[in-house]
Design a binder for this molecule. Structure first.
Ligand code: CMC
Length: 378
């Protein structure tokens, strides 16, 4: 049956899902029906991950068990760390993360994805271990030893501790936890779709997450947060923003951290991230990048808002991480260690009514071409 071809599958539903919903006109994002504003104000990343994976907020006892399970599985095997030590230190952290996650699957080879118990422990391991791997790589590539997770610290505090070897200021840990909540899930984006295609083959969840990590890396998806900070550094001061933005748009370049396939207003995550910037910088001193970003948003708005192009999630997140002293090339891995809960929620949902993804194509090539022998070709 012929169908209209939609480049990038824009507007084509690829699944029925109850995990999250975006209203791109009103600028609303809900996880399992709960607004992200409420989750950032009242919840933690770990509670949010549970909500995404299991469909409801955990009771006190469920949260206690979930937290214990995550803490218990945070460590990664020394052989994984040894393998990471063999990777080139200048390699991109997303490549190191992808390799380590794929290797994890070799240590936990349960292939039967219909086993509910096995799937629970796979989800626990992946949510628990990704932050440990990201922090380990940040240190190993500098020749330092990885820091063992601390059982008395929450996800965000522990991650910042594993990066720096000191427990973070509570304001930083809170801000970081909100960042993880905001990056945890976002409907049918490229990396989630990638993971679902892999999941539909009944591949194991480590392979599913490794394939999603590969897709997230690109600059049109998660990689945009790195480019935003590089752009703001290049601009340098607010008075140079106007010329820079106008020049880029005149040259038909895209402005990184702007635009979205679904949102036609300011991304609600960007709104919250901007308020986190304000809170963080009030308490811990400002960031020159933030002044530049505000001016970029103002001048770009005059040129792009009428086309429905506004700041997206990647515009303000990097400024927060930069203030925390986190290396720019770790920003996308931070996105991945939050988004793993969303990827796994879609994996579990997909398994309940799995159908192999095998779309069609519109063939645009030739037919019945003669085969020309090698010595007759020009
Ligand atoms: N700067 C300038 N113009 C833009 C931008 C931008 N950031 N984004 C879209 N446009 C223009 C584009 O040039 C085109 O204009 P015209 O119709 O005149 O040719 C029009 O808007 C449609 O653009 P598109 O790329 O076909 O639209 P899309 O729905 O595929 O865009 C997008 C979505 C995210 C790929 C795009 O906005 C973009 O490349 N943004 C910059 C990269 C970025 O910030 N990515 C992060 C996305 S949000 C987080 C995530 O998913 O990880």
């Amino acid at each position: 049956m012929p169908h209209d071809f939609m480049p990038g599958l824009a507007g084509v539903p690829a699944a029925k899902s109850a995990i999250s919903d975006v209203d791109g006109v009103r600028g609303v994002l809900e996880y399992r029906g709960i607004r992200i504003e409420d989750l950032c104000a009242k919840s933690s990343y770990l509670e949010t991950a549970y909500l995404l994976l299991f469909g409801h907020l955990p009771s006190k006892s469920q949260l206690m068990k979930w937290t214990e399970d995550i803490i218990h599985h945070r460590r990664v095997k020394f052989t994984i760390l040894d393998m990471m030590k063999c990777l080139p230190e200048h390699g991109h952290p997303m490549d190191a993360l992808q390799a380590a996650v794929a290797a994890l699957g070799m240590f936990y080879p349960g292939r039967n994805v219909q086993d509910v118990e096995n799937n629970y422990w796979s989800a626990v391991r992946l949510v628990a271990k990704l932050p440990t791997i990201v922090a380990a790589w940040a240190r190993l590539r500098r020749g330092d030893e990885a820091i063992t997770p601390r059982d008395d610290l929450g996800v965000s505090e522990n991650f910042l501790y594993m990066l720096t070897e000191s427990a973070p200021h509570p304001v930083w840990a809170d801000a970081f936890d909100d960042c993880l909540i905001l990056h945890a899930e976002h409907t049918m984006n490229a990396s989630t779709f990638t993971g679902m295609v892999t999941a539909s083959t009944l591949a194991d969840p480590y392979t599913v997450v490794a394939s999603s990590i590969g897709s997230l890396k690109g600059p049109l998806h998660g990689g945009a947060n790195e480019e935003v900070v590089q752009m703001l550094k290049e601009i340098g001061t607010p008075d140079r923003a106007k010329d820079f933005v106008e020049g880029r748009l005149r040259d038909k370049h895209k402005l990184m951290g702007f635009g979205h396939r679904v949102y036609k207003v300011k991304d609600p995550r960007a709104v919250i991230l901007q308020s986190i910037c304000e809170r963080l910088f009030r308490e811990c001193g400002s960031s020159p990048l933030y002044q530049v970003a505000q001016e970029v948003e103002r001048v770009a708005g005059k040129l792009l808002n009428e086309k429905g192009i506004y700041p997206n999630v990647d515009f303000y997140s990097g400024i927060i991480y930069d203030k925390m002293g986190i290396d720019v090339d770790l920003f996308t891995p931070l996105f991945a260690m939050a988004r793993v809960s969303g990827w796994l929620a879609h994996w579990l949902e997909q398994l309940r009514e799995n159908k192999l993804f095998r779309p069609d194509q519109i063939y645009a090539g030739e037919h019945d071409r003669p085969y020309i022998p090698l010595d007759e070709r020009i």
